[in-house]
Design a protein. Structure first.
Length: 294
């Protein structure tokens, strides 16, 4: 499975059910959605969202918080067992789950809202606890970018001033041609990941490299790690959540187009917050993830 996928091989089937559920919400689901939609609690929630083999009623992907509304059928013996298994799997993936019954939501919506607020505040506080890692806001990173001497230190040396960030880059032999991309950890000089070669273009590789980095950061809980790319177009495509390639779709490029689709779907379903910064080659030299083929 590619890292861009939100679900597994059952995603298409489950997403069809999820769309149907969004069109026909229960009374309790409608009440909850009116209370939490449009970032009313300072958190972006999605409704009827596919996570692996499950459809969560409401979920904040950034804070990994799931809200479940239980109808009467949830109290049958078989469903209790299934819900327990589902809960255990989601907890193992790092999600927090809060549950309410239909009656609780319909009869005491204010109490339910207060319970959701309390849980969200606890999660937010945990995420905002200061740590020993550097401040990776765009302003702070901009002030601590490599000096002129940085170019003298090869990627393998690990002399990157302790900058907790990743650099990504792609290379392509021809246009189109065999394409590959990679990420380098600026703090250690180590390769974080590598993909390819696959028939494509450099711009597509730059785009996929950023999305791959974002998805891996999400998977590891690295929501503040900065990602550097020397491609303005790739950063723009990621911001627009769409790969604007003009590469002809043929049997040869179809495998790449399948990956692009997964990457776009990942961007459209994840509220990431990692800063994506343009690497200024003229000032800092070649990006450390460069393949050295120029």
């Amino acid at each position: 499975m590619y890292i861009y996928e939100t679900g597994n091989e059952n995603y298409s089937v489950l997403e069809t059910f999820a769309k149907e559920n969004r069109k026909n919400p229960t009374e309790a689901e409608s009440i909850i959605w009116d209370l939490i939609r449009n970032n009313q609690l300072g958190i972006k929630f999605r409704r009827q969202h596919v996570i692996d083999d499950y459809i969560a009623d409401f979920v904040s992907l950034h804070y990994k918080l799931i809200i479940e509304i239980d109808g009467g059928y949830h109290f049958s013996n078989n469903q209790i067992v299934k819900d327990k298994e589902r809960t255990e799997e989601l907890l193992n993936k790092g999600f927090t789950i809060i549950r309410f019954t239909n009656d609780e939501v319909i009869n005491s919506p204010n109490a339910v809202l207060e319970a959701i607020k309390q849980e969200t505040m606890e999660i937010i506080k945990k995420k905002e606890v200061p740590s020993s890692t550097p401040d990776l806001s765009q302003e702070s990173v901009g002030k601590s970018l490599p000096s002129e001497g940085f170019r003298e230190a090869p990627p393998s040396s690990g002399r990157f001033g302790g900058l907790d960030a990743w650099a990504v880059d792609a290379a392509c032999s021809g246009n189109p041609g065999p394409m590959e991309y990679q990420a380098i950890d600026l703090a250690t000089g180590a390769r974080v990941f590598h993909f390819g070669p696959l028939h494509g273009t450099n711009n597509i590789g730059e785009f996929l490299a950023i999305v791959h980095a974002l998805a891996l950061c999400w998977q590891r809980g690295l929501h503040d790690k900065t990602i550097y790319s020397d491609s303005y177009n790739a950063i723009l495509w990621v911001n627009k959540r769409k790969c604007k390639t003009k590469l002809e779709r043929t049997p040869q490029t179809e495998p790449l187009y399948q990956i692009i689709a997964r990457a776009e779907r990942w961007l459209q379903t994840h509220d990431y917050h990692n800063p994506i910064i343009k690497w200024e080659t003229a000032q800092w030299g070649e990006i450390p993830a460069d393949f050295g083929r120029k």
